[in-house]
Design a protein. Structure first.
Length: 324
């Protein structure tokens, strides 16, 4: 794997790196197949498969906050994995597939239960296929926590985590500063719209008890920051005392020393969602830290703005193939 990233000429700025792929990249058209996986608590997650019938390695792909399996970086890595002979399944977190989920809860940065359930289902279905995982942003936070919690018992052969929000509290604070408030506002609005859609769906024909849980949150007006959202929505829905309790228990940096399988972390010091000092100094010997000066948040656009090269889609398959 290339261990260094050089930003595209004309796209050195962190915000240009972050925004360019979202606004300027044409999504690849992939012959994916959707499957609904029922969960033990009566809820579900939707999966988007590429090459399910292949016989080689299989990668789970985890998207970021307010994203989905249709996010451009998910489509890009699924296409790249296919070119390397690796099948993939993109997991839509609860409520992220376009259909509101059945429970009041959705997902958060320390939510490892659904990832573990999917991995168990895949291991049972394909016992001979090596299992891999790739996580982006909040999906990377989930992945790192799961890897750290399970240690050598984890079923994966190898994993990659991109733009990990190592300190959830620090990331929440950074998104209240300067231009980063643009990202905060977009993500916050998407999250609140999702809560309101699910509330309407549960009231119309869902479980009345689950609808009552959302109703108990009260008005969502006045939520400005992520700390507001985490205090008033995320924490009560997922069993945390408040935002600080969530940040303390789920921030992924604390799990980096317990990872036992080969894991590559790809991170940029100029990530506008966080500050450079969130990168942990102590990590397990199983973790390769690839921290570049530039790259933004889930950006890493190389080449030139006329002919961009999406470096993650070369670096990630190369790392994974080293461990197959």
């Amino acid at each position: 794997m290339s261990t260094t990233f050089s930003p595209a000429r004309g796209l050195r700025n962190a915000h240009a790196q972050t925004i360019w792929p979202v606004l300027m990249r044409r999504p690849p058209v992939l012959p994916r197949v959707r499957e609904r996986l029922e969960l033990p608590d009566g809820d579900f997650i939707d999966l988007d498969w590429l090459d399910e019938a292949a016989s080689g390695a299989l990668a789970i792909v985890l998207h970021g906050l307010s994203g989905s399996a249709d996010s451009i970086y998910v489509l890009g890595i699924q296409q790249a994995l296919r070119a390397h002979g690796i099948g993939s399944v993109a997991m839509n977190f609860r409520g992220a597939s376009g259909t509101p989920n059945r429970r009041a809860r959705n997902y958060h940065g320390g939510d490892t239960g659904d990832v573990a359930a999917l991995a168990a289902a895949l291991t049972a279905r394909f016992p001979a296929r090596p299992l891999l995982a790739i996580g982006y942003s909040i999906g990377a936070s989930m992945l790192v926590r799961w890897l750290g919690e399970t240690g050598a018992r984890n079923p994966l052969r190898a994993a990659c985590a991109v733009s990990v929000p190592f300190s959830l509290a620090a990331c929440s604070a950074q998104l209240d500063r300067g231009f980063s408030r643009i990202y905060r506002n977009r993500l916050r609005d998407d999250l609140l719209a999702g809560v309101r859609r699910k509330q309407a769906a549960l009231r119309a024909g869902g479980d009345p008890g689950e609808a009552a849980i959302l109703d108990a949150l009260g008005s969502l007006d006045g939520i400005v920051t992520f700390r507001d959202y985490d205090n008033r929505v995320m924490a009560p829905l997922h069993g945390f005392r408040d935002a600080d309790d969530y940040y303390a228990r789920c921030s992924p940096a604390q799990f980096m020393t317990s990872i036992a399988i080969p894991t590559c972390v790809l991170h940029a010091r100029d990530d506008p969602f966080m500050t450079p000092d969130v990168v942990p100094r102590a990590v397990s010997a199983s973790v390769e830290m690839r921290v570049s000066a530039h790259g933004g948040h889930v950006g890493f656009v190389g080449g030139s703005w006329r002919q961009p090269d999406y470096w993650l889609e070369t670096a990630i398959p190369a790392f994974l193939q080293r461990h197959l």
